[in-house]
Design a protein around this ligand. Sequence first.
Ligand code: DQA
Length: 147
Amino acid sequence: MDTIAVLHGPNLNMLGRRQPEIYGRITLAEIDAALVARAAAAGLRVVTLQSNHEGELIDFLQGEGWSAAGIIINPGALTHYGLALRDALAALSAPIVEVHISNVYRREPFRHTSVVAPVATGQIAGLGWRGYLLAMEWLITHLQEPR
Ligand code: DQA
């Protein structure tokens, strides 16, 4: 059974309480449950980690990322400066979808740069928590395409 690794970076454990006008009221547990359900319906397994620590995200990628068929990652603020995280992602061959709940390009200038984007397959930003589900949808169809 193919596995999708889902990573959430710093502060995303606070979803539901954190700036709901920007990030909505859904919790991380609810997002993960929706992803697990969608993946299961397509015969895929999900492994997930939220961490406030870049090194923990890297350890997870080094452990799970290499065997995963696809990666979904919202790096939180590490998006904008997490070069070690970027290097860990760059080492993987599985497709990587970078997800942002908010439209980072409509926000402060420091959010307009993603050091992860150049090593990601694609990016979804500004579509709320459903961006994660759209990322999963894309991975499901992508993995079903003949390779
Ligand atoms: C975010 C956008 C980042 O700039 C921010 O630091 C986050 C969340 C988003 O999902 O919109 O923590 O990645």
